[in-house]
Design a binder for this molecule. Sequence first.
Ligand code: KG4
Ligand code: ZN
Length: 345
Amino acid sequence: MLILAIETSCDETAAAVVEAYFNGQMHLYTIRSNIIASQHEIHNKYGGIVPELACRRHIENINPVIMEALNKAGTTLNDINLFAVTMGPGLVVALLVGLSMCKAIAYACQKPLAGVNHLEGHILSIFLESPELSFPFISLLVSGGHTELYLVEDFGKYKVLGKSRDDAAGEAFDKAAKMLNLGYPGGPAIEKTAAPGNPFAINFPRAYLDKDSLDFSFSGVKTALKNYLNGFTPPYSTSAVFLPNVTASFQQAIVEVLVNKTFSAVKMYNVKSIVMAGGVASNRILREGMLMRGREEGVQVFYPNPILCTDNAAMIACAGYHRFRVDEGKCFDFYSLDAEADMKL
Ligand code: KG4
Ligand code: ZN
């Protein structure tokens, strides 16, 4: 089955062509193209996403991005068997661009259209590279809008075990980078600045909440950073170790909580694998921390390539394929599909 997927939930306009089939034992995928037009340079000077600007840029980008995805895959709309599009959660004005476009194309081609939950796309992105992965597993979804732990029992079977009660981990990175004038997106900027720093230079708080809680809270560490910075005068780059030490310590505080809570979930639900997903899952310190702990505890840790961690349409194709398998009937209802800004999984 050849799938064309579109993703416009935030600040990436993305389209991908993915081939998926069942070989009798497992589902296999070939990413024929995975095109991402990022808007980072537009939002950089605001230190966060400006919805109106994101929407306008999606409108400019959507056609060329789809054409490039088809060309790179060496295919045309005539060969596509299934269309898949992100319907939420995300910025409604951004979602509507991809959704309207995909509905129109699917209707014109009279081919099925799967509406996809962006979070399901992130969780299933791992299968594009590790199709042999077996259920159940714990998924740590860490992005700019979400920090959640799921028990994943099968395709389409997800149980939320915990979530952030305030800021998402990526949001905390983005806000910290804004305070430090490091630009947007904050995660990669903080990771880079932190590389030569001492992660234990400053003891930022780690919030574990109630005993046995798998919820997260990152607003405290953000406020602690703000209070810490109040004692100094910008620009902070006057001392060579200041920014590396502050960012490394901040990153360490977030990573430690993410690793410890994920392993608490592993213990509580007695599973043998962890899958990381979402933009923050491309963080090297988080990956290494998770792998090291996995080796100690005999738990396998999986994470996708960075290009499949941050927003992309290949993951939407994968999730769309499984939506279609499970509920083919619903995928012909072109008119009822609508954007859902806070769509639940
Ligand atoms: O999954 P994603 O592309 O978009 C959302 O669905 O939110 O994630 C973007 C988030 C941003 O907050 C960004 O700062 C964070 O992921 N991020 C990182 C890294 N790369 C992206 N955070 C920490 N370290 C990174 N290397
Ligand atoms: Zn995302």
